[in-house]
Design a protein around this ligand. Structure first.
Ligand SMILES: Cc1ncc(COP(=O)(O)O)c(C=O)c1O
Length: 475
């Protein structure tokens, strides 16, 4: 493996007040730095002597942390020549030719890579990371019926870039009812999901070097997609309510935002700020991309009006079945005025991009028969219970609107790696805001997902967390 000459001077720290051994904290901090790319393959780490001096801990603490990371394959070293970050490149699924640019490689800490599926003590693993819905309680009969109906139709020979008219019609009804926006099929394109929609928007409206704003902290894949299309990705600050309009940097061509339920902090953008955001977009000639990814799940009041409904000519709304049903179906939607929709459709044809017909037929059946509505009603109750269990266990530290499939739990940034590590040791998998930052944001905490753990697992996981975190700060 090529050796980099760079000797890494890491901004790591340990906290003596935490009930976690210093060596475990240090190993966790280093692991995180390797996962998020702060520490790269081939870089040389400080010697145990230097790092122990830098941190004010005994050399044994550093040696134990390094030994643990050697054992896990993160580090490698040659006797007498120092300690290096091992080759962390995860082989792409379809051979080397399929690997993308380095900055797009999924971090080893992503959901599918580098994570244990069994707890170190051999016990149950409770996954409280965000991103996945609960797919175990679907209506099997409805599912089979939908696919049987889809299979009764012959395969098509000329896929429509806008999608199946029948599904566009059904989605228009669904969006009018669930999101209160006045749309018809002429405003809808059926995509394969939010990622596909975002990519089409970027390919249509962004030229290399254009500035594209993304909330910070925000959805990492939105940043990746814009960057892959050559845009300059610009972090846009977020507070408890969502994107801070007055602090949006200048010169943006496109702004990606999650007003219904900010990802990952959970804020709901208030109406006056929505109005200001649209006024900002009109002034600067920017296009707003509204990611409505989990808007079907609200547990208190009805969702606020979508940005799209407030100014359709300025906004492209992206929706998905990934949260409401399953990401495995590969169906979502892009909503826009016909002029913008036609531009996206031209891009789609030029790129030979499409959504599969049978999946669209099956989803149309699920919508037309009310199966998706029934599923949503059931899941709303279930998710509300899980969310309530988190609030009951962690109390006032829980942030974010009563919506979606995740909450944020405020924790100082410096304490996060050790907490994530300690919970992992007890079989509870956690995610934190650190992974979602791009610029200098000051909001830190755990991002707790309750989509893929059952109610009883959520309760057990939260009990572990409450124990590790101790009582909430007074005041
Ligand atoms: C912010 C956000 N948007 C959208 C999605 C869904 O994306 P897709 O429809 O591409 O599966 C997710 C899934 O985790 C998400 O976190």
């Amino acid at each position: 493996m090529p050796r980099s000459a760079r000797l890494v001077d890491l901004p790591v720290s340990v906290d003596r007040d935490l009930p976690v051994p210093l060596s475990v904290q240090l190993a966790g901090r280093l692991r995180l730095a390797m996962r998020d790319g702060t520490l790269k393959s081939g870089e040389r780490l400080s010697s145990t002597r230097d790092l122990s001096r830098q941190l004010g801990v005994s050399r044994t603490v550093v040696t134990e942390a390094y030994q643990q990371l050697y054992a896990e394959g993160w580090l490698e070293g040659r006797h007498g020549s120092g300690t290096y970050v091992a080759d962390l490149e995860v082989p792409p699924p379809h051979g080397p030719a399929a690997s993308g640019p380095g900055h797009l490689t999924a971090p080893a800490g992503g959901r599918h890579r580098g994570h244990r599926e069994t707890a170190p003590h051999g016990g149950e693993v409770i996954d409280l990371r965000p991103g996945r819905p609960w797919v175990k309680d679907y209506d099997e009969a409805a599912w089979r019926r939908a696919w049987r109906r889809a299979a009764e139709l012959p395969p098509g020979d000329d896929p429509d870039p806008y999608g199946l008219p029948r599904l566009r019609e059904a989605l228009a009804v669904h969006l009018r009812r669930t999101r209160g926006i006045a749309v018809g099929p002429e405003n809808i394109m059926v995509t394969r999901g939010t990622g596909n929609g975002l990519d089409l928007v970027a390919a249509t409206f962004l030229r290399p070097g254009d500035r594209a704003g993304v909330e910070d902290p925000g959805y990492r894949k939105a940043r990746n997609i814009f960057a892959a299309r050559g845009a300059e990705v610009v972090p846009c600050p977020v507070d408890d309510d969502g994107v801070v309009v007055d602090d949006i940097p200048g010169g943006l061509r496109v702004l990606y935002t999650t007003p219904a339920h900010q990802y990952p902090l959970g804020g709901r953008l208030p109406i006056p700020r929505r109005e200001r955001l649209l006024a900002w977009a009109r002034r600067g000639g920017a296009l707003v991309v509204e990611d409505d990814y989990d808007a079907e799940f609200r547990y208190d009041v009805a969702p606020l009006p979508a940005l799209y409904g407030l100014d359709p000519g300025r906004v492209i709304l992206l929706g998905t079945l990934s949260k409401s049903l399953s990401p495995d179906i590969g169906v979502g939607w892009l909503v826009a005025v016909p002029e913008l929709l036609d531009a996206v459709a031209r891009t789609r044809e030029a790129l030979a991009d499409r959504t599969g017909g049978p999946a669209q037929q099956a989803v149309a059946v699920l919508l037309e028969r009310g199966d998706l509505d029934r599923h949503l009603r059931r899941m709303r109750l279930e998710y509300a219970r899980r969310r309530a269990a988190i609030v009951a266990g962690l109390g006032s530290r829980v942030r974010g609107g009563t919506a979606g499939l995740h909450v944020m739990v405020e924790i100082p940034g410096h304490a996060l790696p050790a907490l994530v590590e300690a919970a992992g040791e007890r079989g509870v998998l956690l995610d934190s805001t650190l992974r979602h930052h791009h610029g200098p944001s000051h909001r830190h905490g755990l991002v707790l997902g309750y989509g893929s753990a059952s109610l009883s697992q959520v309760k057990r996981g939260v009990a572990v967390l409450a124990e590790l975190m101790g009582p909430p700060p007074a005041g």
